[in-house]
Design a protein around this ligand. Structure first.
Ligand SMILES: [Zn+2]
Length: 98
């Protein structure tokens, strides 16, 4: 598995599917990787649940355009977790959608 440092994205191929960069390095267990875009409420709950399992995650507010200008709450987060937890977290996300 490779890792794009620009996008924090783990990918199979030699080229980052998001930015097209080819200078990727091998992913490490500790790398924070993009997992999913989640809505605010779900993100807050998920963070609590993950912390209970001692899994670190980072939530980046998504959509800093017009809404933040008017001081409206942001609707979603971009979720990042360490690569070693990525599969586990993806499974949680899949279960949520099932
Ligand atoms: Zn990239």
């Amino acid at each position: 598995m490779n890792f794009c440092e620009e996008c924090n994205l783990a990918c199979d191929g030699e080229r980052c599917p998001k930015c097209g960069r080819k200078k990727l390095r091998a992913v490490r267990d500790e790398d924070f990787c993009f997992a999913a875009r989640v809505d605010r409420t779900f993100g807050d709950n998920l963070k609590e649940n993950l912390e209970r399992e001692q899994i670190e995650c980072v939530l980046m507010p998504y959509g800093t355009g017009v809404r933040s200008k008017f001081a409206l709450p942001l609707e979603s987060y971009l979720l990042y977790v360490r690569y070693k937890n990525l599969e586990h977290v993806r499974q949680i996300l899949n279960n949520k959608n099932a």
